[in-house]
Design a binder for this molecule. Structure first.
Ligand code: FAD
Ligand code: DLZ
Ligand code: SF4
Length: 511
């Protein structure tokens, strides 16, 4: 007797643990369900991308000889939930002797699946997700007894474990980290390279039409398209990045420019997170590019660190700390999300750029997420739950295991500094240094008060002043509190007054 092997939308990998040891009598279940599409109101492009990639993956499995039960969103009888679809499949095929599934990437779904053992008449086996480099048990062992869980130390261990960019026991180039070379502003004379943005094939077009009809009130545009939805397409995107773009990744990693959503970023998270690309394989290819002399070490090390360092680390933090992690709110931030996070209608040029491209492409690069929309949410004291919901909805690569630590921990400091040793709070000065946005903004980045004052300026100092009790004891904040105490008291009062008025208006004043 065969078993039912459930494959989720972000588990599109042939080497998935739930597909190991398959027998010809097994049935693979994949289901498009409204519960997964609406637990947050995902960007339309995220839903369309995932459904199209799921359909292509199911076709791949069929072609390889597997028996696949694929339930489309509009199929008659679709119960709308994964639980319901497993129940329906077991009813329809009473000969199946068990359910096998790889653990999902979100706590919400894992806790639901843990109830399935009591719900179904057959055994349910939940397997570890082995598509990561560091098994969770090893991350937990690494974290045990440490007061601070610093990514940099974890990353060095993963370098040693994988041998990536290692020369024997030593890091290649004699340094673990080349970030000091990676903070350049984009010169006016340089334009980012053109990108590989695929057109939809027939199957994907069908799904785009389905999503347009079924989720019209979800955030985001479906056109222009721009995602590969097959493994071969994702591999082509990977090869284009590695061969044509990677060399510039490091230098311009933190830079932002008007009308340039991609810069030298890889645009690969969407494929890695749903299983179309293998993270370690991508890193090995990047390393080979450096060893062949075609990409500099600062670019290749920076890129590899994001994947074997940050990506693995945030996953570990998520599963180590959930479910309590999502409930923390160390800075006691409770303001609602301003409407412009959904519309992009604000005179702040930096925010308008980041939100407009998020709406159009379901993408923004790391510095936009951290230092523009994230920084604003931090210094304006927006409610972490609402901000997390926004990030989980609007990006095509967003699943809670990766979104939550990045937003809650890195951007909002809502975890009390577990992930980041100090808040990533910045005034307009940082954005001006790393972008060309301020030159065409309605606000004056140099003004701290008055009708033209950049909101990031007065919100920043208000944030520093109002969180003194929580933050002043942090040695990494000492210089900032010294600077606060050196401010002219009348100037500080004026800035705080403007911040209060702005926040009281729901961040609408002047926008
Ligand atoms: P690149 O800049 O080209 O980086 C290369 C790869 O490294 C990425 O494809 C990704 O796989 C990995 N990576 C880079 N930074 C991180 C990171 N901090 N955490 C985990 N992996 C990383 N990433 C997501 O995949 N999903 C999310 O939902 C998500 N939410 C975020 C929310 C906030 C507030 C912040 C600050 C960051 C978030 N990130 C998230 C991390 C990062 O911004 C994205 O991984 C990156 O922008 C994806 O674009 P890219 O593929 O062009 O990345
Ligand atoms: C994100 C998503 C969406 C939009 N739709 C589905 C779906 O219909 N069927 C499915 O199996 N998975 C979907 N997913 C991905 C799941 O939400 C994801 O597997 C969990 O959030 C765990 O990471
Ligand atoms: Fe953003 Fe302020 Fe610069 Fe305008 S002036 S783009 S609001 S940082």
């Amino acid at each position: 007797m065969g078993v039912l092997r459930l494959v989720l939308g972000d588990q599109l990998s042939p080497e998935l643990s739930s597909l190991r040891d398959g027998q010809s009598s097994d049935v693979i279940l994949m289901a498009e369900v409204s519960e997964e599409a609406t637990y947050v109101r995902h960007h339309k492009k995220k839903i369309a991308f995932l459904f199209a990639a799921m359909r292509h993956f199911a076709a791949e499995l069929c072609a390889a000889g597997h028996d696949v039960r694929y339930v489309k969103l509009d199929d008659a009888g679709n119960t709308g939930s994964l639980r319901g679809e497993v129940a329906r499949a077991l009813d329809a095929m009473p000969g199946l002797s068990g359910v096998v599934v790889t653990k999902p990437g979100e706590w919400r779904l894992l806790t639901d699946m843990e109830t399935w053992r009591d719900l179904f008449p057959v055994p349910v086996e939940l397997r570890e997700d082995t598509r990561f480099i560091v098994p969770l048990t090893e991350f937990f062992a690494w974290a045990k007894g440490r007061k601070q869980l610093r990514m940099e130390f974890f990353y060095r261990d993963v370098r040693r474990r994988t041998g990536l960019l290692m020369d024997g026991e030593e890091p290649a180039g004699g340094q673990w980290n080349f970030d000091h070379d990676n903070r350049k502003r984009l010169p006016k004379s340089l334009t980012p390279p053109p990108r590989f943005l695929p057109e939809p094939d027939g199957l994907t077009r069908e799904v785009i039409d389905l999503v347009a009809a079924r989720f019209p009130d979800h955030f985001g545009d479906l056109e222009p398209w721009g995602f590969a939805t097959t493994r071969a397409g994702a591999e082509a995107a990977r090869d284009h990045f590695i061969g044509e773009i990677l060399a510039g990744f490091g230098d311009w990693q933190d830079a932002m420019a008007k009308g340039e959503p991609w810069m030298w970023h890889s645009l690969l998270s969407v494929y890695i997170n749903c299983g179309l690309l293998d993270p370690l394989d991508v890193c090995c290819r990047a390393e080979a590019e450096w060893r062949a002399g075609r990409a500099p070490l600062n670019s290749v090390e920076g890129f590899i660190r994001q994947i074997i360092g940050w990506r693995e680390y945030v996953r570990g933090i998520y599963w180590l700390k959930m479910p309590a992690y999502a409930q923390t709110n160390t800075l006691d931030a409770h303001r609602p999300l301003p409407e412009f996070y959904w519309t992009g209608e604000t005179r702040m040029r930096c925010m308008a750029e980041a939100i407009a491209q998020t709406k159009r492409h379901a993408y923004a690069h790391h510095i936009q997420r951290l230092m523009v929309t994230g920084n604003f949410a931090l210094i304006a004291g927006l409610d972490p739950a609402r901000v997390n919901e926004w990030y989980l909805s609007v990006y095509a690569d967003a699943y809670e295991w990766v979104e939550l630590p990045n937003t809650h921990g890195m951007a909002l400091h809502a975890d009390g500094g577990l992930m980041a040793s100090k808040p990533y709070a910045a005034s307009g000065n940082y954005i001006n240094k790393m972008s060309d946005y301020c030159g065409s903004c309605a606000y004056d980045v140099n003004a701290k008060t008055g009708p033209k004052a950049c909101p990031f300026n007065y919100l920043y100092w208000d944030f520093i002043a109002r969180n003194r009790e929580s933050l002043a004891g942090n040695p990494r904040m000492a210089l900032i509190y010294k600077a606060l105490d050196r401010l002219d008291p009348a100037a500080l009062t004026a800035m705080r007054g403007e911040a209060s008025a702005y926040l009281a208006s729901g961040c609408r004043a002047g926008s």
